[in-house]
Design a binder for this molecule. Structure first.
Ligand code: PCA
Length: 215
């Protein structure tokens, strides 16, 4: 089994992105699966092309994309990608789409094929906080999550794909009082545990455990 794991580069006012820092330090093999690591730019119009090229080259069984969600407390496997780009800030190419449909011929939303409840449980069992998230936002992270689902829909039907957001690193919150952070070591531990859960649940579906939210 082969898993393509992507991580975004820094964006906005930050000089570092925990996503690519953690992704590049992952082991090369997790639970018997080969891990292929890929840095992708935080640019709406380039990111999907980079991932598409890697899928063509590597032919992975799974694609897991990782991005920073500043302000979140936990590692959050995402449930759903939506067909909308609505930038709060410009991306790294200076582009800020507003109310923009990603693909006119795509679904309004796609649910992940990853076992997000099993992933959250495995991350917690590794001693790292985790929760299922029901929104990946409307910025480049949702965009790449949606784009990979669209590629699966139209071109690579056997691929299973999903997204996980991770919090700021401690050094990013020094000048951001009252903001949660997680160490790089915990990010790596948590992502590794999540990938091990993906491998263990291959072909089995997700757990029937309580991870829902009222709001
Ligand atoms: N986080 C942003 C884009 C890149 C990243 O790491 C997001 O949540 O959309």
């Amino acid at each position: 089994m082969k898993i393509l794991v992507t991580g975004f580069d820094p964006f906005g006012d930050d000089k570092i992105n925990p996503a690519i820092e953690a992704v590049k330090r992952l082991p090369d093999e997790i639970g018997g699966a080969k891990i292929v690591k890929l840095e992708i730019p935080t640019k709406f119009n380039v990111s999907a092309e980079v991932v598409h090229d890697a899928i063509v080259k590597e032919k992975p069984d799974y694609v897991l994309s990782i991005g920073q969600a500043g302000g979140r407390y936990e590692l959050t496997p995402e449930r759903v990608a939506i067909n909308l780009d609505d930038g709060r800030i410009k991306d790294n190419a200076g582009y800020q789409p507003l109310n923009h449909t990603i693909h006119e011929d795509g679904e309004n939303a796609y649910f992940t094929q990853l076992p997000i409840k099993a992933m959250a449980k495995a991350i917690r069992e590794a001693g790292v906080p985790a929760a299922v998230s029901n929104t990946a936002g409307t910025y480049v992270c949702n965009h790449i999550f949606y784009q990979v689902q669209y590629m699966r829909d139209k071109e690579f039907p056997t691929i299973k794909a999903g997204f996980m957001h991770i919090p700021f690193l401690p050094e990013q919150v020094v000048a951001r009082p009252e903001t949660p952070a997680l160490s790089l070591e915990d990010d790596i531990k948590g992502i590794t545990a999540a990938i091990a859960a993906i491998v263990a649940h291959d072909g089995k579906g997700d757990l029937e455990t309580v991870e829902g939210k009222n709001h």
